[in-house]
Design a protein around this ligand. Structure first.
Ligand code: UDX
Ligand code: UDX
Ligand code: ADP
Length: 463
């Protein structure tokens, strides 16, 4: 089928950027992104492209080029489904917070709602593409809903996992390592796969487009994220050992990364990984393994999460210990709240957990992040339900300037590796702080020697 109209359900961190790039690269395809959230759609349609709801380098330029030409954002989900030949599902799949699999399994209620809506609306054959990260065999569930509740039209289900990383979403979409498309192995399945291959082939060379069966594709996405997260937990485990033995984790990472079998990427020790995917996908993998009785497999992967939780807790403990075992009423300045640089996303950010620990110790936290709003930070803390919203508001102060956030602080903690942090006038910051002035560099981005020569007491990760 030659695709001329695409609909994407879910205008979030995955759906928004992905569809913007498809629209930019395929001017002959009309792309409509729909969402239930009216505010989100209004923000995507904001006349000033700088105000779109997701911050990603390069994204606002692409949106302003394609929007209104062949890229549309709308809340009319039914109309978009009806018109499209191909429907991407990019809704969120959070970890379940209730019932069976609570805290582990992916909550598929949003996916199921989408499937039912597609089944109700569709009057012609459609290709339905899973874009969200989903447990293996979700495609089967979607198919069963579509086939049994639909209007008798034919559906082909494809799995097309997204591998973009936030902060580099546009670059990753424009120049992907690979595109993975899973589908049925029969003739209809192959035809559906080929229609999606043709979409990507507008800008991705064919040797980078990989086709598999549906389950391999679904499992590859979980596996990729599990391997990536495992590398971080592995280097973070070594960081604790380095701190005890006098080795330096940056040196160790460099030395092992030069082994071509290991490779240099994704070996940065940190305060712990965050983001919407790693923890959720591993918990999901653990849950799937357990559901098949594969306890050793489940335990193996669960350790990646246990290590990551330990790394976050270790960071807050170290702050307390170093500040003479008490942070009560002390001002601790956080530089960064996002889970990584160049994004305004804070899902599962280490900063949230470190702040929560320190507030339990009665610290006063002052935060500066170049892209995260005060409301977002407070709602992240409220979500943990550790204390009342009022208590969170009195413990956490948000500044729109790093120098103000650090003024009169006893310590600074770097939680996100924003480039601008390396360019500050650190002497000026030092002069405005209580002494001794401590820095806890949870990202190893600052120059330790230079800071020490100013007078700071510097603590990095793994040295
Ligand atoms: C990840 C995958 O990289 C991407 O392929 C998938 O589609 C979605 O999940 P994302 O979570 O957006 O992407 O960002 P990523 O760059 O993977 O970083 C995840 C977390 O790991 C961040 O908190 C980051 O700071 C941390 N990290 C990353 C480290 O602590 N050290 C590293 O060396 C790399
Ligand atoms: C290893 C290290 O590779 C080497 O750098 C170090 O100096 C010594 O230890 P070696 O044990 O000789 O070298 O062989 P290696 O190729 O690493 O294989 C080790 C085992 O892993 C073998 O049993 C091999 O069959 C197995 N293996 C390796 C796998 O099962 N799968 C793989 O993908 C790779
Ligand atoms: P992701 O990182 O996976 O893109 P987000 O939470 O950023 O996750 O985006 C998912 C979007 O999907 C949200 O904007 C949410 O409102 C939207 N959504 C969820 N369920 C539906 C649905 N049934 N119909 C339309 N939009 C939906």
């Amino acid at each position: 089928m030659k695709i001329t109209k695409i609909c994407c359900i879910g205008a979030g961190y995955v759906g928004g950027p992905t569809m913007a790039v498809i629209a930019q690269k395929c001017p002959h395809i009309q792309v409509t992104v729909v969402d239930l959230n009216e505010q989100r759609i209004a923000d995507w349609n904001d006349p000033n492209p700088e105000n779109i709801p997701i911050y990603e380098p390069g994204l606002s330029e692409i949106v302003s080029e394609a929007r209104g030409r062949n890229l549309f954002f709308s809340t009319d989900v039914d109309k978009a489904i009806d018109e499209a030949q191909m429907i991407f599902i990019s809704v969120n799949t959070p970890t379940k917070t209730y019932g069976k699999g609570k805290g582990m399994a992916a909550d598929l209620k949003y996916i199921e709602l989408c499937a039912r809506q597609i089944a109700r609306v569709a009057k012609q054959n459609k290709i339905v593409v899973e874009k969200s990260t989903l447990p293996v065999r979700t495609a089967e569930a979607i198919k069963s809903i579509l086939d049994n509740t639909g209007n008798g039209v034919q559906f082909q289900i494809l799995s097309n996992p997204e591998f973009l990383a936030e902060g580099t979403a546009v670059a990753d979409l424009l120049n992907p390592d690979r595109i993975l498309i899973g589908g049925d192995t029969n003739q209809e399945g192959e035809e559906a796969i080929n229609s999606l291959v043709d979409v990507y082939a507008n800008w991705v060379s064919k040797d980078r487009i990989l086709t598999t069966n549906v389950w391999s594709s679904e499992l590859s996405k979980l596996t990729a994220n599990a391997f990536l997260a495992q590398r971080i937990s592995s280097i973070n485990a070594m960081s604790e050992l380095c701190e005890k033995t006098g080795a330096d984790v940056n040196e160790v990472a460099k030395a092992i990364g030069m082994d071509s079998r290991i490779g240099p990427k994704f070996l940065k020790a940190s305060v712990g990984f965050g983001g919407s995917c790693f923890q959720k996908d591993i918990l999901n993998l653990v849950y799937i393994a357990k559901s098949y009785g594969l306890n050793e497999v489940a335990d193996y992967w669960e350790q990646v999460i246990i290590m990551n939780d330990h790394q976050k807790r270790r960071f807050s403990n170290k702050i307390v210990q170093t500040l003479y075992n008490t942070v009560a009423d002390k001002k601790i300045a956080f530089l960064g709240w996002a889970f990584k640089k160049d994004t305004n996303d804070t899902r599962e950010s280490a900063a949230i957990y470190v702040a929560d620990d320190l507030i339990n110790e009665q610290a006063k936290i002052s935060v500066y992040d170049p892209k995260v709003s005060k409301n977002k930070m407070l709602s992240d803390l409220d979500y943990l339900e550790t204390r009342t919203g009022e208590e969170n508001r009195s413990a956490l102060n948000v500044f729109d300037n790093a120098y103000e956030a650090c003024k009169d602080a006893h310590a600074i903690a770097i939680l996100t590796e924003w480039d601008e942090f390396t360019m500050y006038d650190w002497k000026k910051i030092y002069d405005s702080m209580h002494k001794p002035a401590f820095i806890f560099d949870g990202r190893n981005i600052l120059n330790a020697k230079q800071l020490e020569s100013i007078g700071f007491v510097y603590n990095g990760i793994g040295s």
